[in-house]
Design a protein around this ligand. Structure first.
Ligand SMILES: Nc1ncnc2c1ncn2[C@@H]1O[C@H](COP(=O)(O)OP(=O)(O)OP(=O)(O)O)[C@@H](O)[C@H]1O
Ligand SMILES: [Mg+2]
Length: 231
């Protein structure tokens, strides 16, 4: 089998709460190919965010391996792991986490500034992204001057700034009304189709889940294909 973009093997995550062990992930195996668009659903507390955080190397599993293009991520030094995350992974969360005193354009530019991308190249990319998300005319707006849906699209553009190989999104439309959710979902689908952007999206939104070519569900500490679980 060829090398996956991202592969998790036998991921276990156990939390210890006042002496008690809670097994949240109980041997999760997962493979993401380049250009894949995967959604993960599952009941509240089933471990979706826990798993996504491990996939993004924000959290360490109790056991298991995480490979990115065949490289063992948890074998990296902390500084190497930070750099990996900044350049290869784009994160989108339920709340946009945009900086309120910066314009939309400056917020999108931020990851490139941290990475040290040449200014000119970064500006071109930020402009391109603003156009791609349909907000070219909002570049000078502060987050407080944008609608919830627009803010979330800006957060997606920021996640894409450093041309990450994968975008990990945790309930990206969890805070949006139906119309804005739909717009956001359509944007994901378009970015996936047109640019081959890989996505792993955790969602409660069944309409969004249904748009993905590959759907998984977190259940009893395992990740299963949606169809297998329905049977
Ligand atoms: N840092 C932590 N310490 C202790 N327990 C934790 C920690 N993080 C998560 N948990 C527990 O792990 C379980 C899974 O949490 P997680 O946030 O992954 O669920 P989720 O599927 O994302 O739920 P939701 O759909 O509500 O966001 C929960 O029971 C939670 O209490
Ligand atoms: Mg969650």
């Amino acid at each position: 089998m060829s090398e996956a973009l991202l592969e998790a093997r036998g991921i276990r995550r156990v939390f210890r709460e006042t002496g008690e062990e809670v097994v949240v992930l109980d041997g999760v195996d997962f493979r993401l190919e380049r250009g894949d668009f995967v959604t993960i659903t599952g009941s509240s507390g089933s471990g979706k965010s826990t798993f996504l955080n491990i996939l993004g190397s924000l959290d360490h599993p109790t056991e298991g391996t995480l490979l990115f293009e065949g490289k063992d991520l948890f074998a990296l030094r902390a500084s190497e792991l930070d750099r990996f995350r900044l350049s290869q992974v784009g994160f989108v969360f339920q709340f946009h986490h945009l900086l309120p005193e910066m314009t939309a354009f400056e917020n999108i530019m931020l990851p490139a500034r941290i990475l040290g991308t040449p200014e000119r190249k970064a500006r071109d990319r930020a402009r391109e992204l603003l156009t791609a998300i349909g907000l070219g005319d909002r570049r000078r707006h502060l987050p407080g001057e944008l609608s919830g849906g627009e803010r979330q699209r800006i957060a997606v553009a920021r996640a894409l700034m450093n041309e990450p190989k994968v975008v990990l999104a945790d309930e990206p439309s969890g805070n949006l009304d139906e119309r804005h959710s739909e717009q956001l979902h359509e944007m994901f689908v378009r970015l996936n189709r047109e640019f081959g952007q890989s996505f792993v999206v955790v969602t409660h939104d069944l309409a969004l889940a249904a748009m993905a070519p590959r759907r998984l569900v977190m259940h009893d500490g395992r990740l299963l294909p949606v169809d297998a679980q329905a049977e």
